[in-house]
Design a protein around this ligand. Structure first.
Ligand code: DC
Length: 234
């Protein structure tokens, strides 16, 4: 898609999109990147790829992570990211874009992403990519830790019941049989874990704009952003 003139900025900026799980961060961040002709980076995909690597190596066994093995191997792990194209992710040259969305990876990515050395490794990669500017990155700590200097920070939230309803509908479409109650419980648990981990907990940066999308459509969300960009940068 061609960049949309009405929300083009004169200079390339960094846009950080953080927030609670199932608030539509990645869809919104992707849509912004496409409208601005920017690069979209899904920071969660890096944590998921490292989790997949640890699982494939057999370093997650009996509910334990072999932290020392992972720490020693991490510098040599090659994680490739097709940032300009379809956001495909490669682990040591192999396309793992689908595998990183598996239930097993989803279950282990939270404890793994809480490890200090894992966060340090991912932060370095993300910061290197941000040097180019013209980037929209979504995650949990982009505006607080990775790019505290980002020119535009958005913090997304929605009522847990609304998020659970959206996520439940999505799962049903994919043939998953989870109940609404299970999904709501999982969302509440992830909110708690994300907010209470000692390393880079989920927080709204003081200069981030709060976007509660409980009662608005994706189109209204984009209009909200267009106004902000027009006011600040046009
Ligand atoms: O966005 P996601 O659900 O794919 O993220 C996967 C996990 O990675 C999630 O449990 C939180 C963690 N994460 C993080 O700690 N920091 C980020 N910047 C992005 C994701």
């Amino acid at each position: 898609m061609q960049p949309c003139i009405s929300i083009m900025t004169k200079e390339k900026i960094i846009i950080a999109v953080d927030g609670y799980s199932s608030t539509g961060k990645s869809s919104f961040a992707k849509a912004i990147a496409s409208r601005l002709g920017y690069t979209y980076v899904d920071s969660g995909a890096l944590y998921r790829t490292i989790t997949l690597f640890a699982l494939e190596q057999g370093w997650i066994q009996d509910r334990q992570i072999d932290e020392s093995a992972l720490k020693a191997a991490l510098p040599a792990v090659e994680i490739g990211f097709d940032r300009a194209g379809g956001n495909r992710v490669y682990l040591n040259g192999v396309d793992v874009s689908a595998k990183i969305r598996s239930l097993e990876v989803s279950e282990w990515v939270s404890p793994l992403s809480a490890l200090h050395f894992v966060r340090e490794h991912v932060d370095k990669m993300l910061k290197d990519w941000g040097k180019e500017k013209g980037i929209v990155m979504d995650g949990r700590d982009i505006g607080t830790v990775v790019f505290p200097q980002a020119e535009l920070k958005i913090f997304m939230t929605a009522r847990p019941e609304v998020r659970a309803q959206r996520r439940h509908r999505e799962l049903l479409r994919k043939g998953d049989k989870s109940t609404y109650k299970d999904v709501l419980e999982n969302i509440r648990k992830r909110d708690f874990l994300d907010q209470n981990r000692p390393n880079a907990p989920l927080r709204q940066a003081p200069d981030a704009l709060l976007l509660d999308n409980s009662d608005i459509t994706p189109q209204q969300q984009m209009q909200w952003l267009e106004h902000i960009i027009a006011e600040r940068w046009a």
